[in-house]
Design a binder for this molecule. Structure first.
Ligand SMILES: *[C@@H]1O[C@H](CO)[C@@H](O)[C@H](O)[C@H]1NC(C)=O
Ligand SMILES: *[C@@H]1O[C@H](CO)[C@@H](O)[C@H](O)[C@H]1NC(C)=O
Ligand SMILES: *[C@@H]1O[C@H](CO)[C@@H](O)[C@H](O)[C@H]1NC(C)=O
Ligand SMILES: *[C@@H]1O[C@H](CO)[C@@H](O)[C@H](O)[C@H]1NC(C)=O
Length: 408
């Protein structure tokens, strides 16, 4: 699937000239709401785009490179296609030149910088053009000339019915946090708090001020040397967010896992990343098996009764037998006593009134990335991505601090 384009881009701009809209920046940067579509377990935000402030419900994807949305009925006097060969096209890492034989309209222009939006639900890569327009947030921040890709709604296969696009928050020059940081001279930081079912979480962009949970723990964000996007230039690192999980413990006891699965090799295989697209954390089979075994055993010691599993899960328990505590799962990180504890609502999922399952799935024997921390494990946890000092700070479950993503 991965194809590399060797010669196309030698001249990657390393700095975006800020077009200085320093007015109108509230002290807490840009704040966006986060909702959960319960049918698909997709998390989405709502923004307004263009001169008519068109509402866009965009699924949040930490691993996706830019904003893209359906513009079949989009009209805006501030819409501009990004020409191929332009400086802005280089910054966007545009590939090729897009044209269109229909009457000109947003999404249909000639000589347009080529964009390759990716639909992770269908594993489809599209070929479109880049454009730019103004983004408006509910807290009255206006971000002019924001690059995005505009396409036909027929490409939204697999998306929640409420969604009309996707907000990519990867480590790219044209992702919303980088654009906000450059345009308003704010630090390139964002915090994400995704809600469980009926809550409303938030994204704070630009180092916003939020109620900081008591126990924010930090770990370095590490770079996977090989791109994880379906199309890339050879030598491009991944712009997804990886952390250096060293081991995993269940109720304090380390699992026997080969370290080669936990590290990232020179081909970019292995390691741990964070994804808002996967419903549940996906583990390499050689991690999934020992985790499940250890969890079932620890649960039995706590008098939690195992029952027939419900797919795709392989360890399920009788709801009746679960008191308030379940075994803890710790992702152990570099440093002294640094770990991300997954427990309670983040470790089990209720599949029906009688059955709760360990909310992790088997990623098979040859996944590209050994651990992909998914949405269920991220809910009601505050995550702060600091791209200035390249670190991730996390709160662990806010529910245990009598809080939630609806309250930060
Ligand atoms: C997430 O869960 C929903 C509903 O349970 C299901 O429809 C969807 O296919 C799942 N998506 C993934 C990526 O597992
Ligand atoms: C693009 O160029 C072709 C060939 O010159 C022309 O027929 C077409 O109308 C143009 N499309 C747009 C959207 O301007
Ligand atoms: C749950 O258990 C009750 C009592 O044992 C039973 O009547 C009911 O059918 C079960 N529900 C499901 C969804 O299995
Ligand atoms: C938890 O939060 C609620 C609402 O903010 C508050 O009423 C309650 O007193 C808090 N409980 C504890 C134990 O802090």
């Amino acid at each position: 699937m991965a194809s590399s384009l060797h010669t196309l881009f030698f001249f990657l701009a390393i700095f975006i000239c800020s077009s200085g809209y320093a007015a109108n920046v509230p002290s807490n940067g840009l704040v966006l709401p986060v909702g959960k579509d319960t049918k698909t377990s997709q998390y989405y935000t709502t923004l307004q785009m263009g001169s008519n402030h068109a509402t866009v419900n965009a699924v949040i994807d930490l691993g996706s490179q830019f904003l893209w949305f359906a513009c079949d009925s989009y009209a805006s006097s501030t819409y501009n296609p990004i020409p191929c060969g332009s400086k802005k096209c280089e910054i966007a890492k545009g590939i090729g030149c897009a044209g269109c034989n229909l009457p000109p309209r947003p999404g249909c222009t000639n000589d347009t910088c080529g964009a390759s939006p990716y639909n992770p639900f269908e594993n489809m890569l599209y070929s479109e053009g880049f454009a730019e327009d103004t983004l408006y947030s509910k807290n009255n921040v206006k971000v002019s000339e924001l690059p995005f890709s505009c396409f036909h709604s027929e490409y939204l296969i697999g998306f929640a019915s409420i969604a009309t696009g996707m907000l990519g928050l990867a480590r790219t020059e044209i992702s919303l946090h980088k654009q906000v940081a450059n345009k308003f001279k704010l630090p390139d930081k964002f915090a994400l708090c995704i809600p469980s079912d009926k809550g409303v979480g938030k994204i704070y962009i630009g180092g916003g001020r939020y109620t900081t949970p008591k126990s924010l723990v930090s770990t370095p964000l590490i770079i996977n040397p090989v791109s994880t996007y379906p199309i890339y230039t050879e030598g491009d690192p991944s712009d997804e967010y990886f952390i250096d999980v060293k081991s995993i413990r269940v109720n304090g006891r380390p699992l026997a896992i080969k370290t080669s699965y936990l590290t990232i090799d020179e081909k970019g295989v292995g390691g741990t990343k964070i994804s808002t697209i996967n419903n549940f954390t996906v583990l390499h089979n050689s991690i999934y098996k020992p985790l499940t075994r250890a969890f079932v055993k620890a649960a039995a010691n706590m008098k939690i009764k195992s029952i027939a599993a419900v797919a795709p899960f392989r360890a399920c328990f009788s709801v009746e037998s679960i008191s308030s505590f379940v075994p803890t799962i710790d992702l152990v990180l570099p440093g002294k006593n640094v770990y991300w504890r997954i427990h309670g609502a983040n470790s089990l999922v209720k599949v029906n009134n009688n059955v709760s399952c360990l909310a992790f799935v088997d990623g098979g024997k040859e996944p590209r990335t050994s651990i992909v921390i998914g949405g269920h494990q991220l809910e009601d946890n505050l995550l702060e991505f600091d791209l200035v000092s390249s670190k991730l700070s996390f709160s662990s479950s806010l529910l245990l601090q009598n809080s939630s993503c609806s309250r930060v």
